[in-house]
Ligand binder design. Structure first.
Ligand SMILES: [Zn+2]
Length: 218
C-alpha cells in the first residue's frame, strides 16, 4: 500500500469505520452465525439472547511499519500518525464496551502490526498489507467474535483512496459487508454507527464531511 505524507485538514479526526456483524470469512469459507429475522410489521425487534457476553472485536487499523495516514506540523515534521489515533480510539472503545458488559478482543493493543513480520499469510502468492489483514481476520474468527469494528481515520483533503484509506474524497465513511446472509443487520449496524460518529463530530463543533454508508466491495 502506498503511503504518502499528507497534511491532514483541521478536521482530521473523521472516522472511517468498517462495521461487520458476525464472523468474517477466512479464505473463502462462509460461517453461518445465527441470524435474527426482521420484525413483523407492528412487532418489536427481536432481542438477541446471549449465553455469554457478546464479544466485540475492535481492530485498530495499521501499526508497526504501516503507520497509515500522517499529520505534519508547520515544519513539515510528522507529529501524529493514523496508527496512533486508531489505537487510542480502540483503547477508549474497549473501556466503554466493557463497562456495558461486552467482552472485547483487540487485534492489537500496542504499536505492532499483527501480521509482521509479513509473510504470504493468505496464500495469494504476494506479500503485502492484505496478509496483515488476513492475520487479523483469522485471529478474530479464532476468538469467535460476534461483531467487528475496524477503525481508520480518513483525511479530508485526500483524493487517493489507497493512501487515505477512503473511497475517495475523504471524510466520514462507514463500510459494511453486503455479501453475507446477515447483510441487513450489517447495514443496520453501519447506519447506527455512522449516525453516532457524525453526531459526535458535531458535538465537538465541526461539520463532518459525510461520505455515507458504503458497501465494502472495493
Ligand atoms: Zn487507515
Amino acid at each position: 500500500m502506498r503511503q504518502r505524507v499528507r497534511r491532514w485538514a483541521t478536521l482530521s479526526l473523521a472516522l472511517g469505520l468498517m462495521a461487520l456483524v458476525g464472523r468474517m470469512a477466512p479464505k473463502g469459507t462462509w460461517p453461518q452465525p445465527a441470524v435474527l429475522g426482521e420484525p413483523a410489521p407492528g412487532q418489536p425487534a427481536p432481542t438477541p439472547s446471549f449465553a455469554r457476553p457478546p464479544l466485540v472485536a475492535v481492530d485498530p487499523g495499521h501499526g508497526g511499519s504501516d503507520v497509515g495516514g500522517k499529520h505534519m506540523n508547520a515544519q513539515g515534521v510528522v507529529d501524529l500518525t493514523e496508527s496512533q489515533v486508531n489505537l487510542q480510539v480502540a483503547l477508549l472503545l474497549r473501556e466503554r464496551l466493557e463497562a456495558r458488559g461486552c467482552d472485547v478482543y483487540l487485534t492489537r493493543s500496542g504499536d505492532a502490526m499483527p501480521g509482521e513480520p509479513l509473510q504470504d499469510w493468505n496464500g495469494d502468492g504476494e506479500v503485502n498489507v492484505r496478509d496483515d489483514l488476513q492475520v487479523r481476520i483469522d485471529r478474530i474468527n479464532d476468538q469467535g467474535a460476534d461483531l467487528l469494528l475496524s477503525l481508520h481515520q480518513n483525511a479530508l483533503d485526500d483524493v487517493d483512496p489507497i493512501a487515505s484509506c477512503s473511497s475517495g474524497g475523504g471524510g466520514t465513511t462507514t463500510y459494511y459487508c453486503a455479501d453475507r446472509p446477515f447483510a441487513a443487520q450489517n447495514l443496520r449496524l453501519a447506519n447506527l454507527v455512522h449516525q453516532r460518529v457524525l453526531a459526535a463530530i458535531r458535538r465537538f463543533g465541526y461539520e463532518p464531511a459525510d461520505q455515507g454508508v458504503i458497501d465494502d466491495h472495493l
